[in-house]
Design a protein around this ligand. Sequence first.
Ligand code: SF4
Length: 317
Amino acid sequence: MKEFTYERATSAQRAAASAQETPGAKFIAGGTNLLDLMKLEIETPHHLIDVNGLGFDKIEKTPEGGLRIGALVTNTALAADIRVRRDYGVLSRALLAGASGQLRNKATTAGNLLQRTRCPYFYDTNHPCNKRSPGSGCAAMAGFSRQLGVIGVSDACIATHPSDMAVAMRVLDAEVETTDPGGKTRRIPVADLHRLPGDTPHLETTLAPGELITALALPRPIGGRHVYRKVRDRASYAFALVSVAAVLQRDGTGRVAVGGIAPKPWRDEATETELPRGAKGFAARLLTDAKPTENNAFKVPLVERTVAAAMNEARQP
Ligand code: SF4
């Protein structure tokens, strides 16, 4: 691991300003992804800004009837919160489908959203990777791409976003709250937080330099049956090949976001009008622009089957 300096942030604005002022600075909270990447020297921050003392560890009701989840709330605490389990079941289920108990105890809400891809070549410095080293090429294109993306990808990168929680946040229309180095706050819909790779796969979010996530806001509950289905190579502690976060109403209408197939949680509200007619038409429209590799073409029919299974589950009494 390379040497770095360390500070404990005393306020959100101070943390954001320090991140902007210090070249090579990174925020650290749970560290469940960042520390692994630092040990492999894939991430080499010169300065770490520890935000754990900022007090963003509460889940509060909003005046609009939703929930405001502090950026530092652990995945375990969020999944167990009685309001989340009752009104946002898809979120609780998605969280419990991710990682392991030990990791969920440390991983935070903001860190979960900002975790990096698990593309095997991103972690293997013997191979070219445009995300790790811009302009070097993409070993996954002609390599092992079973886990990788089928839509929203580019000729420069076909990585997927690995988070389960983010897929549920997307289906719930969550928004991210941030503070910038000048102390200005804003809300960004989760739908707009992650960028598609294009020619710049190393740029992963729409956050400005130094901008710090302080919370996530959930709108008021929308009712319906909440389902999270995750298809993976083994029963636990594995990333999704395909996952489906669904909130379905009795009449068959609803919302569906898909994980494991794209650089961000994949949802297209316009295609949801197909849901009452079944999974086939919905999946076909959602994946119209899919460009799978030979290795991961199985994900296209798997999306349809996983959506169908989620719809069946939602119909159970
Ligand atoms: Fe790197 Fe993306 Fe290619 Fe994976 S898919 S090797 S992360 S550029």
